[in-house]
Write a protein that binds this ligand. Structure first.
Ligand SMILES: Nc1ncnc2c1ncn2[C@@H]1O[C@H](COP(=O)(O)OP(=O)(O)OP(=O)(O)O)[C@@H](O)[C@H]1O
Length: 234
């Protein structure tokens, strides 16, 4: 099997006809097994659009994008739905449901797994919350948790379904320095243990050190990786 994410010549525009506005131009990118890639770049450079295409959250227009073995060019909505279930999503707004406890929020991510019953899902959710350091807050509602704790619930939820890929969009944007650092380091640790690749969009220079590789975008293109200057001869 190829890399978990393999993109070639991917272009995308919002609007159509004379109003079409290109936001991705001939993007190529591969994410290897277990690799953690950070996607950076100025506002409007196309990072979120690229992430939503990889996450099968919108239909492709041009080029090739193969995710966990599924080609998304020309894929039907039903195929995209199936692929989305194999991806763990973490967003800036943690998207937890306010009327459910932390444990129920995590268990919800497992509802589509036919191999589990309700009790099994809640037990597994409890173990995931322990793994993110929230073993004592499983019965709290999101409003009773701090921003960093809520984001850790989102991490537990994203990992609970044993995804083949994690996509994160600005997961630390709403957090202070310390909790932001803790959340991404935890995410990195869990992903590395399981060999799950992560593609993470961020503006946050404080978390660049969690990356195996940093990819910079500008104006819809991926910038060539800067090579380190050769050391001057002694
Ligand atoms: N649904 C949409 N309809 C029309 N234009 C859009 C839509 N979503 C994004 N855009 C435009 O496409 C461009 C790329 O947006 P995108 O969100 O992918 O960039 P980004 O690099 O993630 O930016 P940011 O860092 O600010 O989130 C922007 O100019 C944006 O205004």
């Amino acid at each position: 099997m190829g890399a978990p994410v393999e993109i070639r010549g991917l272009s995308y525009a919002y609007g159509s006809g004379d109003l079409a506005r290109p936001v991705l131009r001939e993007v190529g990118l591969a994410v290897g097994p277990g690799e953690i890639v950070l996607l950076t770049g100025p506002s409007g450079s196309g990072k979120t659009t690229l992430l939503t295409l990889i996450g099968a959250l919108r239909a492709m227009q041009a080029g090739s994008c193969r995710v966990l073995g599924q080609e998304l060019a020309g894929a039907k909505e039903a195929q995209r739905v199936l692929l989305r279930r194999r991806i763990g999503f973490i967003f800036q707004q943690h998207n937890l449901l306010g009327f459910l406890t932390a444990r129920q929020n995590v268990a919800m991510a497992l509802e589509l797994d036919p191999g589990t019953d309700e009790a099994g899902r809640l037990a597994r959710a409890g173990r995931m919350l322990e793994a993110v350091g929230l073993g004592d807050r499983t019965e709290s509602k999101p409003a009773q948790l701090s921003g960093g704790q809520r984001q850790r619930v989102a991490v537990a939820r994203a990992l609970a379904g044993d995804p083949g890929l994690i996509l994160a969009d600005e997961p630390t944007a709403a957090l202070d320095r310390q909790s932001g650092g803790e959340v991404v380091r935890l995410l990195r640790e869990l992903a590395k243990q399981r060999g799950v690749p992560i593609l993470l969009v961020t503006h946050d220079p404080r978390i660049l050190d969690i990356a195996d590789r940093i990819v910079a975008m500008e104006d819809g293109r991926i910038l060539p990786t800067e090579k380190a200057e050769p050391a001057p001869a002694a």
